[in-house]
Design a protein around this ligand. Sequence first.
Ligand SMILES: Cc1cc2nc3c(=O)[nH]c(=O)nc-3n(C[C@H](O)[C@H](O)[C@H](O)COP(=O)(O)O)c2cc1C
Length: 308
Amino acid sequence: MSAPSLETKVGGLTLQNPVIAASGTFGYGLEYRPYLDLNRLGGLVTKGISLEPRQGNPPPRIWETASGMLNAIGLANVGLERFIAEKLPALAELDCAVIVNLYGEAVDEFAALARALDGRRGVAALELNVSCPNVKSGGMAFGVDPQAVAAVTRAVKAETGLPVWVKLTPNVTSPVAVAQAAVQAGADAISLINTLLGMAIDARGRRPRLANVVGGLSGPAIKPVGLRMVWQVAQALPGVPVVGMGGIASGEDAAEYLIAGASAVQVGTGNFQDPASCRRIAEELAQFCVENQVARVSDLIGSLRPPA
Ligand SMILES: Cc1cc2nc3c(=O)[nH]c(=O)nc-3n(C[C@H](O)[C@H](O)[C@H](O)COP(=O)(O)O)c2cc1C
């Protein structure tokens, strides 16, 4: 069999392969240049950008757990102005899709970020983080309320012609109502899942492991939750592109998400274990297609069969 086609589409955006580096685990992308050829990625999502620079939460803000990790970074980032001046020029030279992840504490902050990035060379799409569990305002407070998610999405769409991906939290009973509200407000794609709210305790010291006490759980431990939510949203909203993530560490993990209904996938925690994991996962996915007589990776999307 000849080499499979890895190309996929997320809304109007064409990706050379479906593997994208996830927000917050890949810096601003540029830090990973020593480890892999960024031009060969399906895409990369920047760390969440806010209007003003943020220091994030005090340390310790990372803790390793069984098959995963907890983080409470608190959206540390350089802020919009420095992002545009110092990061975007180099990102604009890349041959992969650069998706800028946005974080605001209010609807008008998201709108101002979108306005400032609209029409900038190098930005392929915006991803709205309405799902961060590690900040006291905004973040997940928006993400659990369909009306608030709709308001943020509508305000951003009014400011930009760029594709808008809305990133949902798994910390809800069902993601379908929130996804539906985002799509009705103009979202071009739904990304999911962000991290699951969790906690770790040092029993001997009787203290929380994280200074923030609670944090977001990611990594292989959350893959079943991510698969289930991607499948639920893809089933309920046919035709709406879904970008799936949560615990992807191999090409076969990526294939599972595509089969569940995702049009593309993101790799987060995997980048910490192996900084070249996005490249490896894309290669493994191509190999999976060869071994399973799949001519185009897009043929996998939503191809789940009924239980045996
Ligand atoms: C250290 C860390 C920082 C993160 N920062 C962001 C962020 O700034 N914005 C965002 O939307 N998601 C952020 N996430 C969530 C990831 O993009 C991803 O949704 C989540 O980790 C699940 O994927 P994974 O299991 O492959 O890591 C972060 C995750 C981690 C582990």
